[in-house]
Design a binder for this molecule. Structure first.
Ligand SMILES: Cc1cc2nc3c(=O)[nH]c(=O)nc-3n(C[C@H](O)[C@H](O)[C@H](O)COP(=O)(O)OP(=O)(O)OC[C@H]3O[C@@H](n4cnc5c(N)ncnc54)[C@H](O)[C@@H]3O)c2cc1C
Length: 491
């Protein structure tokens, strides 16, 4: 076990990608699971609050300590099992997405949702219910969590397998390996009809494992994870489609979204129709940001859509024809569409996508200000209203911005780069307006980044006092001393 109390070492653990900064005078780095359990028990006996720190890529201050002892799980980073026959992996929580993807690709396997930040840990992904570009087809990581080992703040352990323990209506009964029983009676929280990562999952007859997915490090420490994985598809088609007209871009998106929701259910071996697994958006300003790196972006582009589809090689020509038929209907720039069918070309697309947040981050650090970025999503039937509201408010703001993201899920990131304190204040007002608009349209204040310490007020606006009380009731049962992840989700 490594214990650090010098501020120089601790400094790197006081913040995350949100730039919120906290305070702590102790960092503990267990080197294996037994040490992790031991230290948790010790802290419980000392009534010392603690926070779990993983890769620190969180965007909501979740791992940022509030005078907590920091437990870093960075050394719990072993892949314990890869089972290609049964298509699952077992990992320690500190394994990163990069590490996992590299290891399982050797068995021709992949993790479908594809969160963007490959340095993030799987423990972090599970407790934040992370999503990614392919969540349009595959949903969030919740759908892939088969089993979890969870250490409670008193050091006792739950081993939960999906499908083994369901609530009876609103009553959940959980038994630790040490034979302690926890009876939970909860009030249901109805989630928005969108991709969503905001607060505990509380549904009648729910599977107990779902309570911990998305719990943002407040109910227990994830010490082992079993995930289902999938076979890498035979072929993947990538298209980067440029549009000369914003309305046509939106109409095109609606058409392919609607169609793909049906055709994605057809097996790829027999599907010769268009069926996007990923529909991503870049607005004109996002393209402007990287035009000097990519001079081949058509000058008239008002935005672009990146699509991926899994398919069987037999249908390549047929599928390409169908895509070009629909693209030509909606874009005068159809002939400028970029096509990827092999790994090298797909990597070029991923690099293109990556260049946008990278350039955004460069600008932010140059400006010396914090990035203000939204993570809201709305039901698809309200997307247009939401989209034009965001655009209108951004234009009024007169501060540099880009909008890009997961348009297939009606989920966009508007990123604003203020240059000074006055602009930061205006950007924060905009942020609040967008949160309220998303709530009013039946959407979520957090589609994938979670609530952490910086979006608590908005969570409360979304689920009300009743929802917060419902979550606190569960927290009081599983962590009665309120030691773990204090200040995440609610105060
Ligand atoms: C450039 C960039 C792109 C991103 N793209 C995406 C994206 O596409 N999709 C997405 O969903 N998110 C995205 N994120 C956000 C971030 O990567 C995720 O929230 C990720 O899950 C955080 O994991 P982490 O290991 O960095 O966790 P940390 O930041 O270290 O911690 C996050 C929270 O999880 C808790 N925690 C971590 N591990 C455990 C554990 N084992 N047990 C209990 N609690 C734990 C911490 O206490 C904290 O509350 C992005 C971030 C960046 C910077």
């Amino acid at each position: 076990m490594i214990v650090k109390t010098d501020i120089d070492t601790i400094e790197a653990y006081l913040t995350d990608a949100s730039n919120l900064k906290g305070k702590s005078n102790k960092l503990i780095i267990p080197e294996n699971k037994d040490e992790l359990k031991t230290v948790i028990k010790e802290l419980f006996n000392q009534n010392q609050n603690f926070v779990i720190s993983a890769a620190g890529t969180g965007l909501t201050g979740g791992r940022v300590p509030k005078d907590d002892t920091i437990i870093s799980i960075e050394k719990l980073n072993n892949i314990l099992e890869i089972n290609p026959e049964k298509k699952f992996v077992r990992v320690e929580p500190g394994v990163t997405l990069n590490q996992l993807e590299e290891a399982i690709s050797l068995y021709n396997l992949f993790l479908p949702p594809n969160p963007t930040e490959k340095n993030s840990s799987l423990g972090g992904n599970v407790v934040n219910n992370s999503s990614g570009s392919r969540s349009f087809k595959y949903g969030s990581i919740r759908n892939y969590v088969e089993a979890l080992e969870i250490i409670l703040s008193n050091g006792e352990t739950f081993n939960l397998n999906r499908g083994n323990n369901f609530a009876d209506g609103n009553k959940l009964s959980l038994i630790t390996d040490e034979k302690s029983q926890y009876n939970i009676e909860f009030d249901e929280i109805t989630p928005p009809n969108t991709k969503h990562s905001g607060g505990y999952y509380l549904k009648y007859n729910m599977d107990a494992i779902d309570l911990f997915i998305g719990s943002e490090g407040t109910l227990g420490v994830i010490s082992e994870i079993k995930l289902s994985v999938a076979i890498i598809p035979e072929k993947v088609l990538g298209l980067l489609v440029f549009f000369d007209d914003e309305y046509n871009l939106l109409e095109f998106t609606e058409k392919i979204r609607e169609k793909s929701l049906i055709t994605n259910k057809v097996n790829i071996d027999t599907n010769s129709d268009i069926a996007a697994r990923l529909i991503e958006f870049f607005d004109e300003k996002s393209l402007d940001l990287i035009r000097n790196k990519y001079p081949q972006i058509p000058a008239e582009s008002k935005g672009a859509i990146w699509i991926e589809q899994e398919y069987s090689e037999n249908f390549e020509n047929e599928i390409l024809e169908k895509w070009f038929e629909i693209i030509s209907k909606y874009s005068l720039l159809a002939d400028s569409t970029w096509v990827a069918t092999n790994e090298k070309e797909h990597n070029n697309f991923r690099e293109f996508r990556h260049q946008i947040p990278l350039t955004v981050n460069e600008i932010i650090s140059r400006n010396g200000m914090r990035k203000i970025g939204t993570d809201t999503a709305v039901p698809s039937y309200n997307f247009r209203e939401y989209y034009f509201y965001v655009k209108e408010k951004l234009t009024e703001l007169q501060i540099d911005y880009v909008v890009f993201g997961h348009i297939g899920d009606s989920h966009l990131h508007a990123n604003i780069f203020p240059k000074n304190e006055a602009e930061t204040k205006k950007a924060l007002d905009f942020y609040e307006m967008i949160m309220l608009k998303a709530i009013n349209l039946g959407g979520t204040v957090s589609a994938e980044h979670g609530i952490g310490k910086i979006k608590k007020n908005y969570l409360k606006m979304m689920i009300g006092d009743k929802g917060i009380t419902s979550m606190k009731k569960i927290k009081n049962i599983l962590d009665p001393k309120n030691l773990l992840g204090k200040g995440n989700l609610f105060d």
